[in-house]
Design a binder for this molecule. Structure first.
Ligand SMILES: Cc1cc2nc3c(=O)[nH]c(=O)nc-3n(C[C@H](O)[C@H](O)[C@H](O)COP(=O)(O)OP(=O)(O)OC[C@H]3O[C@@H](n4cnc5c(N)ncnc54)[C@H](O)[C@@H]3O)c2cc1C
Ligand code: FES
Length: 517
């Protein structure tokens, strides 16, 4: 690895390229852009990924792990899931060599979100912005409005008593015990006014939100970011205290407390959350059993071969699967399955999926898609609902996805954050439609997957590498085109595909409202 204190020959770095190295023992990336050199701290401010293994796209440095985006010219975090800027190092060119010439300066203070996607700080007409939901989308929208100098007020209403936190660690690092509760909280803290309480009604005509305590909160712009509720099972014994769901940090606390005295846990449902919880609780040394009706876990999203590989990853670590089986009842310590077999469990975790929390929107008369089409609040390409000035983002938003070529609704962390950030920029004056393809990641023991795009029903695959060796990329065909892409053990291809697809032209005229997909 190059020691940038000793300098590197200028011709080693071509225009638009970067070089990973170090300065005074710290990782640094050196970038040549527009004929000039700049150097930035080499670890992502989200979870520390090596940025030298990322991708340069249109003046942005993109992180290989969860696709955060940093401005090459300012170091600012311009795309979630990172919110903190990179640290700038000084550079100097002498005798045909470029040197990192000084110790790092203080971190760049972000003053606006204007890079690449221009925002005139404080120029917006959004006035009083009220956001319902302080999860992925709500936090990201409020944070960027604050960072970009929104001249009006931002009020964030949440019925989760905890301050905004990273939901994704609730089934992974936090549940395993690798990260603390404090480290799970979102950073930076928001400048927005935060109200803890449930919004119970939206008055579209009066332009106000009513809270459960009777308070009325007026808005000029309303953002619905209400996320989802975990699906519960209406089965005998499933309303007991040792049957858990996993959506919130408090849910994760309850699982950690239960795991402290338990020996055996049953996970009902082989969903991403169910399987991540299985892996994390196994790492807490519990006997873990997964019960699901599927013949192969995650087959619908990832295909049978990858699903079998994920099952293998779990089985190698001792997780026991009961596939092709449904639960009938739970007596508090034993599950009875539909073939009358039993599974002992000190507690149960339900991983049965999520229902979008659309009840507020529906009651206010906003257009919602029927459950048969996946539900969700119908929005147009600017994420605006059927009521002017009311927007929906994240898990609840059914939006016209450019690359999918149809309206879709997905439940991913970074996707919800990106929609929140897009909306903040749009409210502050940026025109244009939302174009980012969906992206998610999932982690099971030491195996991670990155997924870009969306396919409703897999029509075919293009595999490169070896699935069994956990080193591969797969393109998924849907509606006659490759519309989703997964990688395992290879990060760069997912970044590259994402960059290509966000620049893609619309595949077909995507209907704005109310079309099945
Ligand atoms: C345990 C877990 C792990 C996950 N891991 C991953 C992962 O690794 N990668 C990935 O891509 N995705 C992951 N996801 C999915 C991801 O977290 C969601 O897609 C994302 O949080 C959706 O963001 P959102 O803003 O739409 O909703 P949320 O983050 O759910 O936030 C919605 C907020 O709205 C509040 N709210 C709802 N209704 C009201 C109301 N009426 N009044 C006041 N407040 C209200 C809720 O309390 C909540 O705080 C995970 C989800 C879970 C549960
Ligand atoms: S470590 Fe960079 S986005 Fe997560």
């Amino acid at each position: 690895m190059s020691d940038f204190a000793l300098g590197v020959a200028v011709e080693e770095l071509e225009e638009g390229q970067m070089l990973a190295g170090e300065f005074a023992g710290e990782p640094v990336v050196l970038i040549r852009q527009n004929g000039r050199f700049c150097a930035w701290s080499g670890n992502c401010t989200h979870l520390g990924a090596p940025l030298g293994e990322g991708l340069l796209v249109d003046g942005q440095l993109r992180c290989p792990w969860h696709h955060a985006r940093f401005s090459v010219s300012s170091g600012e975090a311009v795309g979630a899931p990172a919110f903190q800027p990179l640290t700038r190092y000084m550079t100097a060119v002498t005798d045909g060599r470029v040197f990192v010439a000084a110790a790092p300066t203080l971190k760049v203070q972000p003053v606006s979100a204007k890079h690449e996607r221009p925002v005139a700080a404080g120029s917006g007409q959004a006035g009083r912005v009220v956001i319902i939901g302080a999860g992925a989308g709500g936090y990201a929208c409020a944070e960027l409005l604050g960072r970009a100098g929104h001249a009006g007020t931002v009020t964030l209403i949440s019925d989760d008593p905890d301050p905004p936190y990273d939901r994704t660690v609730c089934s992974k690092q936090y549940l395993i015990g690798m990260t603390s509760r404090e480290a799970s909280l979102m950073s930076p803290a928001l400048a927005a006014e935060r109200r803890t309480g449930r919004a119970v009604a939206i008055d579209v005509g009066d332009r106000s939100v009513r809270l459960k305590n009777g308070e009325r909160v007026p808005f000029d712009v309303l953002v619905l970011a209400t996320g989802g509720d975990p699906v519960r099972a209406d089965l005998p014994g499933f309303d007991g205290p040792n049957v858990h769901v996993l959506r919130t940090l408090a849910d994760a606390d309850a699982l950690i407390a239960a795991a402290g005295t338990a020996r055996r846990v049953a996970i009902v449902g082989a969903s991403f959350i169910g399987l991540e919880a299985a892996a994390s609780l196994k790492q807490r040394k519990l006997d873990v059993h997964v019960i699901a009706p599927d013949d192969v876990p995650l087959k619908k999203v990832l295909g049978a071969e990858v699903g079998r590989m994920i099952r293998m990853v779990h089985e190698e670590q001792g997780v026991v699967f009961h596939l092709g089986r449904r639960c009938k009842s739970f007596d508090g310590s034993r599950l009875t399955l539909d073939d009358e077999s039993t599974v002992e469990a000190d507690f149960v975790v339900l991983g049965l999926g999520v229902r979008p929390r659309t009840e507020l929107a529906a009651a206010a008369g906003l257009e919602c898609a029927p459950t048969s089409q996946g539900g969700g609040v119908v929005v147009n390409g600017r994420l605006e609902t059927s009521a002017a000035g009311i927007f929906a983002i994240g898990d609840i938003a059914r939006y016209p996805d450019v690359h999918a070529g149809q309206p879709i609704r997905v439940e991913h962390w970074v996707h919800a954050q990106r929609q929140g950030q897009y909306l903040a920029r749009a409210l502050l004056g940026k025109a244009g439609e939302y174009r980012d393809p969906p992206f998610f990641w999932s982690a099971h023991f030491d195996t991670g997957l990155k997924y870009v795009g969306h396919v409703g029903s897999i029509e075919g695959t293009r595999v490169e590498g070896e699935i069994a060796k956990r080193e591969f990329t797969i393109g998924y065909m849907g509606k006659g085109e490759e519309r989703a892409f997964v990688t395992c053990g290879r990060d760069l291809p997912a970044l590259t595909v994402e960059a290509e697809w966000e620049g893609a032209d619309p595949i077909e005229a995507a209907p704005v409202r109310g079309t099945a997909g």
